[in-house]
Design a binder for this molecule. Structure first.
Ligand code: C2E
Ligand code: MG
Ligand code: MG
Ligand code: MG
Length: 274
């Protein structure tokens, strides 16, 4: 179902069950506190124009800065946050930090690129999304929302359609994230008219060794071009990936080969050197 993506879900019926449910309970308690104490933060991963390899954007990625356990990655707490009904709140906390950070960088005279923010199904279907975004006075064209393709698999939804129209109104662009990881066809995505399509790293990474995979990716990139949708490749991990994606005329690259996610304090240096 669109509301949970299977990450970090509880496994039932195994010997460690008792320990696991106790562990989970502690995590839930700690996560409730995390929101109250501003421990939900984000790091930023640069994105690059494939041709020039100049930085063109940043993706905000949530982290849990836990006083006991240090920096916790999303795969370890998004499933629980989702089960607890906290995803809309989490997405909101990240967006608020992004707006604080980008406003501070801009005031310091830096040329800030657009920032992509991941948005859960809970947040996209929230009737309060419109009023909440309006109050934030986002400058049109500065924020992109990344939506998982699975969000749209349930078919037509009146709240989603209404919120998508509202986002277009506010100048917030839509990007489909992890394209090719689920079952959405490129046709079904046309209804959303995304500005960008981000190809899942499971489709990107095999292109070095498999000509078939390369052909598949080339086809997706061509379709994107025909539809005026920018194609982003994620999980770009090697120089071979970069070279092949450039050959295939992919538009935007993101991955460890080019830059890892960094804490906000390191972003100004990246912006100065670009
Ligand atoms: P995503 O949106 O597909 O983000 C890309 C993930 O791939 C990030 O993991 C990033 O650190 C990682 N990555 C980047 N480059 C490479 C690479 O070259 N190789 C490999 N193997 N991985 C790479 P991260 O930060 O752990 O985030 C995991 C997922 O959690 C995200 O996947 C996104 O679906 C979700 N997420 C993160 N932040 C938020 C948020 O604020 N709200 C919501 N709703 N979901 C979020
Ligand atoms: Mg994303
Ligand atoms: Mg992705
Ligand atoms: Mg992903």
């Amino acid at each position: 179902h669109a509301k949970t993506d299977g990450r970090a879900t509880c496994r039932f019926y195994h010997p460690g069950m008792m320990e696991e449910s106790a562990h989970r309970k502690r995590l839930e308690d700690a996560l409730s506190v995390a929101f109250a104490q501003d421990q939900i933060i984000c790091h930023y991963q640069p994105q690059f124009d494939a041709r020039s390899l100049k930085m063109t954007g940043l993706e905000a990625l949530v982290r849990w800065q836990c006083p006991q356990h240090g920096l916790i990655m999303p795969d370890h707490f998004l499933g629980i946050a989702s089960d607890m009904g906290l995803m809309a709140r989490l997405d909101d906390a990240v967006l608020r930090q992004v707006l604080r950070d980008t406003r501070a960088w801009a005031s310091a005279g830096l040329d800030v690129p657009h920032v992509s923010v991941n948005i859960s199904a809970e947040r996209l279907t929230d009737p309060q999304l419109g009023p909440s975004l309006r109050a934030l006075q986002i400058v049109p064209g500065t924020i992109v929302f990344e939506l998982l393709e699975s969000v749209f698999l349930d078919g037509a939804d009146a709240t989603i359609d209404k919120n998508l129209a509202m986002l277009a109104d506010l100048g917030i662009e839509i990007e489909i994230d992890d394209f090719g990881s689920g079952h959405a066809s490129i046709i079904s995505l046309l209804r959303i008219a995304p500005r960008r399509l981000k190809i899942d790293r499971a489709l990107v990474q095999p292109i070095v060794t498999s000509p078939q995979r390369r052909a598949l990716l080339e086809t997706i990139i061509r379709i994107g071009r025909m539809l005026h949708i920018d194609v982003v490749a994620e999980g770009v991990e090697s120089a071979d990936h970069v070279r092949i994606l450039q050959d295939l005329k992919c538009d935007i690259l993101q991955g460890y080969a080019l830059a890892r996610p960094v804490p906000p304090g390191q972003v100004p240096d990246l912006l100065i050197s670009r």
